[in-house]
Design a protein around this ligand. Structure first.
Ligand code: NDP
Length: 421
């Protein structure tokens, strides 16, 4: 089909998406990998080029510079830009893609790098008051591109990883095939893996710690409700993992799902954590190490959370030492043919199997595979809605078929049980 994809970023998630793009050379004839550190892009090319007929090129880029993104798009002429760098750059890259009339896909909602920047701060404080959720990340600025993408006849997908991404597709699939009406949705993200470190994060450290230290928001009866971080705990017996404590967190797909499924009474998101992780995180927070605004240290500005990231193991280095499985999915409660029903749609992914296949642990695998699938669906025109959208806006069936084909098979459990902890 001769489709060209430009991947921006070359970290943990990108390494998996790149491996999968190379496995899918029937669709992708050309791949350009562009990131801040050119040597990482070159190493990827060296690793995968001998295995694929997809022609790989590499470029150095600062994704913060719209001019650089525009000139690379003009040079490479991709069908899709798959942004797998930092969400700080989503708006710049969406803007560049709109200018060049190219499709855009990412895996995480926009949030600013410096949360003390006054213009953003004023907007944020207004949103906290008026809309009611305090998370740093939100879709509003990305959805603002909707009319622009409609006008140019292109697709922008916000959030095509696992959660958001696959979980969003699970919602569309449940609604299409299992329910006349969905009343309650709980998204469960369980990492039953063990990397052997007392404290490490499975994806970008800075983003992970920002996410889990935020207030735990959920959405009920048209309103955001806030609870302190890690204050709501349940236990769920995850298939192939076992019983795990999981805690209520804010997560960006609640925002888009609440907009796209207004009939659903409640959306919540839960993630599992071990006690060691929680103790370390609380301690780091208490001493100020999770701060994302600059502080002065020995005459120069540093951002504490970025300094902390530099001391922690790179998530991409966890692959060889992580054992165990992830189990991520959605519990739905609703009505079909006049009868109440509850189902759990989920995927189980094995860290070591992922590592054997592509050299990465399951968190990067479960994000990089769906990112490649969404890219294929947009590049080939199977998903052809225009505007700035989320995965649940599209037909779920071709995506669900491809999850089975590309390594993330899913299961529908008709008897899930959630126990309050
Ligand atoms: P990494 O930190 O491993 O990778 C980020 C990459 O972006 C690195 O290669 C980095 O370059 C590059 N980068 C950073 N700044 C710039 C810049 N200014 N210009 C160009 N490149 C830059 O992150 P992950 O792979 O763990 O995460 C990638 C994305 O995936 C994040 O947005 C994350 O939130 C999202 N994610 C989504 C999930 C989902 O299920 N939806 C789950 C997990 C992650 P360098 O190599 O030089 O550092």
């Amino acid at each position: 089909m001769k489709k060209k994809v430009l991947v921006l970023g070359c970290g943990g998630v990108a390494s998996v998406a790149i491996a999968k793009i190379c496995q899918n050379s029937e669709v992708f004839s050309h791949l350009c990998i562009a990131s801040r550190t050119l040597s990482k892009c070159d190493a990827m090319k060296e690793k995968w080029q001998p295995t694929t007929s997809t022609e790989i090129s590499t470029e150095k880029i600062d994704a913060n510079s719209k001019d650089q993104v525009v000139s690379l798009i003009k040079k490479f002429q991709p069908d899709v830009v798959l942004h797998l760098g930092m969400p700080y750059h989503n708006l710049v890259i969406m803007d560049a893609c709109a200018e060049c009339k190219v499709n855009y896909i990412d895996t995480a909602a926009y949030e600013p790098e410096d949360t003390s920047e006054p213009v953003w701060r004023a907007k944020y404080e207004k949103r906290c008051k008026e809309v009611g959720f305090t998370a740093l990340l939100e879709y509003a600025d990305q959805w603002a591109f909707d009319s622009k993408y409609k006008e140019i006849g292109k697709t922008a997908i916000c959030g095509a990883g696992f959660d958001p991404g696959v979980t969003s597709v699970f919602v569309a699939y449940a609604k299409k095939h299992y329910f006349d009406r969905i009343d309650y949705i709980d998204i469960l993200d369980c990492n039953g893996g063990d990397h052997g470190y007392p404290f490490a994060t499975n994806f970008n450290t800075e983003l992970n710690l920002r996410e889990v230290s935020a207030m735990g928001d959920y959405y009920e009866n048209g309103k955001w409700i806030q609870v302190p971080p890690m204050s709501v705990k349940y236990v769920y017996n995850f298939a192939q993992v076992g019983p795990k404590d999981m805690y209520l967190l804010h997560h960006e797909e609640i925002e888009s799902l609440a907009k796209n499924y207004p009939e659903v009474k409640r959306f919540r998101f839960f993630m599992t954590f071990g006690q060691s992780y929680l103790t370390h995180m609380k301690c780091l927070e208490n001493v100020g190490m999770l701060q994302s605004s600059p502080v002065m240290y020995e005459g120069r500005e540093i951002i504490p959370i970025q300094f902390l990231k530099s001391l922690m193991p790179e998530p991409s280095s966890l692959g060889p030492r992580t054992v165990g499985k992830t189990n991520i999915g959605c519990i739905f409660r609703g009505v079909k043919d006049g009868k109440e029903k509850t189902i759990y749609i989920y995927n189980v992914c094995d860290h070591q199997e992922s590592y054997k296949e592509v050299g990465s642990q399951a968190i990067s695998y479960t994000t990089g595979v769906p990112a490649m699938i969404a890219t294929e669906l947009v590049a080939t025109g199977v998903w052809n809605l225009t505007g700035a959208l989320n995965c649940e806006n599209f037909d779920p069936d071709p995506f669900m078929e491809r999850l089975n084909k590309w390594g993330l098979p899913w299961v529908v459990d008709e008897n899930p049980v959630l126990v309050e902890g």
